[in-house]
Design a protein around this ligand. Sequence first.
Ligand SMILES: Nc1ncnc2c1ncn2[C@@H]1O[C@H](COP(=O)(O)OP(=O)(O)OP(=O)(O)O)[C@@H](O)[C@H]1O
Length: 264
Amino acid sequence: MTAIDPEIGAESAPATKLQVTHLNAYFGDLHVIRDITLGVPAEKVTAIIGPSGCGKSTFLRCLNRMHEHVPGARAKGEVLLDGVDVYHPSVNPVRLRRRVGMVFQKPNPFPTMSIRDNVLAGHRLNGTHIDAPGELVEHCLRQVALWDEVKDRLDQPGIALSSGQQQRLCIARVLAVEPDVVLLDEPCSALDPIATAHIEELIEELKDRYTLLLVTHNLQQAARVSDYMAFFYMGNLVEFDRTDVIFTNPKESRTEDYVTGKFG
Ligand SMILES: Nc1ncnc2c1ncn2[C@@H]1O[C@H](COP(=O)(O)OP(=O)(O)OP(=O)(O)O)[C@@H](O)[C@H]1O
């Protein structure tokens, strides 16, 4: 959790990877994200929790500008990635999405591509040269603990894998383009408990190298894997704090009611 600074012997706050300031998001006239200001800690897992429809996925999609793909949708406010405004006109949204990758609820490997080509898909679609594609495929599949399971069938279609394996393949595809931030939008909701456990272990391992944001309905999962939690309610950020604080000593009664199951 929070690091102890050896110089001063006190807890030092983690660096901020994404600084969100006064973010608002709309679908047409529907105002679904309401003036959210939040600093996302670097190389930590931040879980976003809240009742259905409170804006968790929309918030996530504003961070890599996927929200603007929906006709009539728009966002207002500031999102800084390492100090750079991701909404600045000079920012290329496709390149942004390489740095801020996304994993969806339902595993979505490219159906006509092999396991190998799925891992390399980001590079191929962007037209970037890869020095050693075989090594990159192995490295990424090892990172998601899938290599031993698929190394003898890399030419088979990605969709021939189990859904848990497909989800790990999708995470490998995101990691292959070396993102800084990985957005995970309910990545386990379509998975069985064993596949879910694999993804949770993977999240634990990845957090040393990546900044992870995890939308989840599963409070136990948030408790197990996250360092920080943001509680959203009706488009507002009600509370953001360390996960242990949110569970044991929340400041807001609505947060307490939600984490103790009184509503949701
Ligand atoms: N494509 C869309 N067009 C119009 N309204 C939308 C669209 N997507 C989401 N909304 C609305 O925006 C609000 C926030 O939705 P969002 O999916 O971000 O919430 P959520 O907290 O992720 O929900 P859930 O937990 O059910 O996935 C909801 O009122 C939803 O109905």
